[in-house]
Design a protein around this ligand. Structure first.
Ligand SMILES: [Zn+2]
Length: 189
């Protein structure tokens, strides 16, 4: 894998999506239950790899827990230390190479034949580094929806993202608000 590091957004978007598949976050169970489900997640994020094996899935589940731990770190230093552990697993020295348009770009290559979870660890680490450098650790947040245990990194321009899965958790918040209002109206005074 050759990871372009000019833009951290794709790696952070993938890290957020991976962490959100966990049964800790999903009330309906693990959203990454099979190697096929992992393959679909990878394809969605334009990560072309050979089909994941059950071992790849197991190690990606472990990675998911580690990434969550890094998002939950209390200090910026701890987050950087956590991402450093991840990048060292398969990350090699950065190199400069031409992209498809002929422009020079920074890349982090990974060890040839590295296990999938180690490649993903390096990919995610570049995103964590980029987000910390550009936006700071304050963008590592818990989801604001009631009862949601999700965490995420907000890389939006305004920095006002509140939910780990905006479609799902934003709705959960609306339902909670609606119920609260309804209860207030129906409580006899
Ligand atoms: Zn959430």
């Amino acid at each position: 894998m050759r990871i372009p590091i000019t833009d951290y957004a794709p790696a952070v978007t993938f890290a957020n999506a991976l962490v959100s598949t966990s049964p800790t976050v999903r009330l309906t169970g693990d959203a990454l239950p099979t190697p096929q489900a992992l393959q679909t997640l990878l394809t969605t994020h334009n990560l072309a790899t050979p089909p994941p094996t059950p071992d790849d899935l197991f190690n990606t589940h472990l990675l998911r827990r580690e990434v969550r731990g890094i998002i939950e770190t209390e200090t910026e230093e701890q987050a950087v230390a956590g991402a450093t552990v991840l990048i060292k697993r398969a990350g090699l020295a950065p190199l400069l190479d031409r992209d498809a348009t002929g422009r020079w770009q920074w890349y982090v290559p990974t060890t040839p034949n590295a296990p999938l979870a180690d490649e993903l660890a390096a990919f995610i680490a570049t995103g964590l580094f980029g987000a910390i450098r550009a936006l700071g650790h304050g963008r590592f947040r818990p989801c604001a929806a009631p009862d949601c245990r999700g965490v995420f990194i907000d890389i939006s321009k305004a920095g006002r993202r509140r939910y780990c899965m905006p479609d799902l958790c934003g709705n959960r918040q609306n339902v909670a608000n609606h119920r609260a209002r309804h209860q207030e109206e129906s409580t006899p005074r």
